[in-house]
Design a protein around this ligand. Sequence first.
Ligand code: FES
Length: 133
Amino acid sequence: MQNLSSRFVNTSKNKGSCLFRFRRTNPNEESAMVLYLLCRIDEVQENELKQFNLKGNEILVINRNGKFYCLQARCTHAGAPLAEGELENGVLKCPWHGSRFNIETGEVVRGPAKKQLRSYDGIVKDNNLFVEL
Ligand code: FES
């Protein structure tokens, strides 16, 4: 999980189900992002893979040595639940047919999957993990 706080400014709190609304500090980027609370960081132990559901999105949270990454939770090859996969040196291995994905980008490192995983941006704030949808 990238720490995006240097690129975003918190402009409001508690609007609907969105707890934080961030404005991009770089005027060349899109004007706003909305972050949603996904989980507390102590819900995902170090080197654990855990799936959460947020507004119809299945999101896999990976805690690798205290750094958090959020990816789509189903393999792009045949839909395996990636929370049942394995983490090997920063690479996520699918439990069904062994595709491997870069956890920082979601890119395919090794097939049979051809399409990369969606990667979610977000931040850790006050022991909570927020993601952009
Ligand atoms: S379902 Fe993941 S490699 Fe086939």
